[in-house]
Design a protein around this ligand. Sequence first.
Ligand code: UT7
Length: 327
Amino acid sequence: MNKKVGVIGLGFHLPKKVLTNFDLEKMIDTSDEWIQTRTGIRERRIAEPGTGASDLGSEAAKKALRDAKLKPEQIDLIIVATLSPDMPFPSTACFIQDKIGAGKAACFDVSAACAGFVYGLAVAQQFIASGMYRYVLVVGAEVLSPLIDWKDRSTCVLFGDGAGAAVLGPVKKGGILSFHMGSDGACAELLCMPGGGSRHPTSPETVHQGMHFLKMKGNEIFKLAVRAMSGCAVQAIKKAKISPDAIDCVIPHQANLRIIQATIEKLGVPMEKVYVNIDRYGNMSSASSAIALCEAVEEKKIRTGSKVLMVAFGSGLAWGACVMEWA
Ligand code: UT7
């Protein structure tokens, strides 16, 4: 690495509307008890109809810029991680650029689903370390609620809407120590939205078959998630040349509390060091780890010098982990 690169500003934004497990009990055949014991979720946030990922993402981005004490024009690049873009094209990053007034920035989205924020950090780090750019804004923004079949109890209880953002820039001490990423395209269809792309363009038939909704084979993914999250976390820790004991705070993707617990057990890190917000927000895909990082810093669970492990997994399959020393 040529230069030390770290997170220099953070912000997040959530829709106001709260949908509790008790609300869901009135909509489908489920129970608060099933949802809590199987997933750890109590409630999630739901955006107003017509909200785009860029609406939540731009609010998070503005807060991150304020936190970094930067003006929008100082941002060189905007990377948005999302599986619920405003539109299939152009990129949601372009919409966010316009909303925050970052006219100088180049913009693109990364498609790595729930691991997208970690992938975005990795891409941002390369641009800054190489000297090509100084300040990069990475946003994880999701409005998943319109992608959900609210009659499918196996998926609709799991997801929520939200956005988190980080500004990355050069730092004098600490910063990003390592990344490890991987993918398994052979399992691509375990979690996907089959309709609306080039293979199955939207038609009355795709809509009739509900192909515009998220489809997930949850229990097939569960074991893969634990194996991939723990495996890539171990690799990232090794690359950072530290021992697992040195980790002060773990920021995992928040898909299921049981996946987090099983992953952490494999790593041998105590659960007290793990930041969990799935109870309040459910799974917000790329926004989950972004918001968890913001909240952990806000609650002073991460301070200057803390060693932080971020680890995420999702559709693709795609997974990634990052170790940072908080700058
Ligand atoms: O974000 C990144 C990727 N996503 C993940 O990593 C998610 C991974 N998977 C999971 O988190 C879990 O597999 C789920 C939470 C999705 C499901 O939990 P599970 O323990 O694997 O349950 P299951 O799918 O094996 O279903 C068990 C039972 C079934 O009933 P039978 O067939 O045993 O009678 C389901 O029909 O639970 C039933 N069920 C429900 N019952 C009440 C499924 N959804 C619900 C529900 N309420 N919402």
